[in-house]
Design a binder for this molecule. Sequence first.
Ligand code: SF4
Length: 416
Amino acid sequence: MNYPRSAYLHIPFCHRRCFYCDFPVVPLGDRAGTENGPGSSSVKSYLNLLHREISLAPKVASLSTVYIGGGTPSILSADQVANLLDHLRLHFGFQNGAEISFEVDPASFDTFSLEGFLDAGVNRLSLGAQSFDDKVLAQLGRRHTANDLLDACGWINQAFNERKLFSWSLDLIQNLPGQDLCSWEKQLLKALDISPPHMSIYDLSIEKGTVFEWRQNRGELSLPNEDDASDMSKMTSDKLKQAGFSRYEISNYALPGHASRHNRVYWSGSGWWGFGQGATSCPWGVRSSRPRTREKYKKWLEVQENDGLDKSLTLNNEGQLIPLDELLIFGLRRREGIDFKELVSSFNWDESQLEINLNNLKNYWANSLKEGLIKQRGYRFYLTDPHGMDLSNQILVDMLLWYESLLNSSIDQPNL
Ligand code: SF4
């Protein structure tokens, strides 16, 4: 039995809502962030709900990774972070050397609060840099400036060099409106100059209900065309590789020893706890998402407290299998890809069923295999870097079509 050994805590507060973001967050205003400042009572009452939810989880195994994400968790005070981590530690226990990650945004913390977060037990930071260009930051609706970002990088690097931090990540967005190869190269070079041991590079995606969607519908966003976007992705992969980074997942690059252990839990199909408004958990193979608004989350929590935990959160589901399509989607994002035979080993397929299903999948992937976007070694399949990783959407869509045909097929497919 694999017990969940990871926990995600969602902090749904930001100073403002960025123009591209559809996360379940509450903007508290630019001056929020002190224990008694604007929005502080909202933060306190939310933390109370979060602590109550943690208390309900079955205490089954100590945690090896914790990720406090958001939102902007660095809006919290160091004491609030320490209380959350203490509660988790007392409830589940932490394994020796547990990775405790914490998301921070430039201009939402200073050296004093950083010290406090580290004293609270945080040992890995993820910095939402997004861009070093003031014009781009304004276009994204970010609150911080390039100078704020450079200050934040300096403080974090100092803590890292003094070994107060195990690792940290600098996060950027590529394929932004108006971005071209030359401006993106400057961003990458600036980032490399700072020498973070980990970088996450996300492609901009236009989400429903955001300012960016509205601008796009009015024809006001000049996004890079497909060829330029592909050239930028290739440049990212090449430059980071030259600098010694390994692309261990589609959007994530790490120097040796700095891959995020927490993220690998999601991609490997292991279970995890998720706590907080809008958070998803999957401790025993069944995903459950909490409501995205405060009121509904509060009501959901009260139902758990009064009527008993949702079935997906109790041990009753032990042995339940994560659906094959999810295992494939997350597995294929990793550099090592998936071992098809190993992945389906718990599905009770006999040899001939296995071969039939695999050959069908390869038919769906025929073009991608032919074009070298996906490679096969025995039963292992992995996306090539950069081409396969950059065109992963088509490969995943083909895989989902195969999965749908599998569900509809007349062959008995246990456990799908
Ligand atoms: S800081 Fe992050 S979570 Fe908050 S609105 Fe901006 S992108 Fe979204």
